[in-house]
Design a protein. Structure first.
Length: 115
């Protein structure tokens, strides 16, 4: 599975990328929402996007999801956040799942993605 990870903190990008690669997934990493949008235009067949909510640069994870949907991409988008997120607002933006940052639930969900 090809997973695009979006997070402004490089230590999180690197750690999550390594873990997912150890599980056998291909990963792409973007530090900013604009980088993620660029990758979406350049790379085909991304199966899943995992994005942080809070990022610098003018676009948060929910706004990124809205832009991805506006551009016609249909892959699942999952949101990571260290704070409480209005799940209805996230769902309206096209986000399928919201996970608390720093917990293992997202990795269990990725392991079961195709099941």
């Amino acid at each position: 599975m090809k997973i695009l990870i979006v997070d402004d903190r490089t230590n999180i990008l690197d750690a999550m990328g390594r873990y997912l690669q150890d599980l056998g997934h291909d990963t792409l990493k973007a530090q900013f929402a604009t980088d993620a949008l660029h990758l979406l235009n350049m790379v085909s067949a991304i199966d899943l996007i995992v994005t942080d909510y809070s990022m610098p640069g003018g676009m948060n994870g929910i706004e990124l999801a809205q832009e991805i949907r506006t551009r016609g991409f249909k892959m699942p988008i999952w949101l990571l956040s260290a704070s409480n997120i209005n799940e209805k607002m996230a769902e309206d933006a096209g986000i399928e799942k919201v996970f608390e940052k720093g917990t293992p639930e997202i990795f269990f969900a990725i392991k079961n993605f195709w099941k």
